[in-house]
Ligand binder design. Structure first.
Ligand code: DX5
Ligand code: ZN
Length: 219
């Protein structure tokens, strides 16, 4: 199944609750929540208190993308405050197994992400242990960047490796998705598509419906 995961990094924080309701009303099942520490990436976003307070108000699936160094230190806390899935960066830790175990034991799904410069080979040894691989299609840190075409081949390679091993692992992509290019990652094998600016700039409900129509058309 193909899924749209609207990224609230592009939302208006003053109206965050209302905007999440709009996204949900338009049919989105996932919400992408970007956590940044100012160290692994050169920006700081939001953390546990924001996730906890949103969790009290909505049952939408929380797709939490943690762009933080040493994710093993905080992984379980993100689950406790409401994440359904926690995706961490392979480049951010030496303790990949520990991070996977911490998320799993806390009761959430596990995602592992690679930056545009990280080769696909790095993620292959972990495929059996994760629910999702996130192939970044921009350098993590900011919304509103341009989709990097060089990443499309990586999506293909990850999907092929998953198929070859006979696994059921989602492939998510994140960064630079627009109504014009959304079919590119889908055709390459991605099935979870993050969209920030393409959802929250302009008419949110229209944007979600239009992107979801394109996504389901490819299912
Ligand atoms: C970037 C974040 C993305 C970001 C995507 O580091 O991980 O989730 O919100 O934003 P757009 O869709 O605007 O490129
Ligand atoms: Zn993200």
């Amino acid at each position: 199944m193909n899924i749209l995961s609207p990224s609230i990094l592009a939302a208006d924080c003053w109206q965050l609750g209302q905007q999440i309701e709009q996204v949900q009303r338009s049919g989105a099942k996932y919400l992408h929540i970007d956590v940044m520490d100012g160290i692994f990436v050169p920006s700081i976003s939001f953390g546990m208190p924001v996730i906890s307070s949103l969790r009290k108000r909505t049952d939408i699936f929380f797709d939490v993308h943690i762009m933080i160094r040493e994710p093993e230190r905080y992984a379980a806390q993100f689950v406790e405050c409401g994440a359904d899935l926690v995706t961490f960066h392979l480049e951010a830790t030496e303790r990949i197994q520990e991070t996977i175990d911490a998320i799993r034991q806390a009761g959430a799904k596990v995602g592992i992400s690679i930056k545009p410069g990280t080769p696909v080979e790095a993620v292959l040894p972990w495929l059996e242990q994760v629910d999702m691989v996130l192939v970044m299609t921009v350098e993590p840190g900011f919304g509103g960047q341009k989709y990097m075409d060089t990443c499309t081949e990586k999506i293909r390679q990850v999907r092929a490796a998953i198929a070859e091993k006979g696994l059921r692992v989602d492939v998510e992509i994140d960064g630079g998705v627009t109504a014009e290019n959304i079919t590119v990652p889908l055709e390459a094998g991605a099935n979870v598509i993050v969209a920030g600016s393409a959802v929250f700039r302009g008419d949110i409900e229209e944007n979600v419906k239009m992107l979801m129509a394109q996504i389901s058309h490819k299912s």
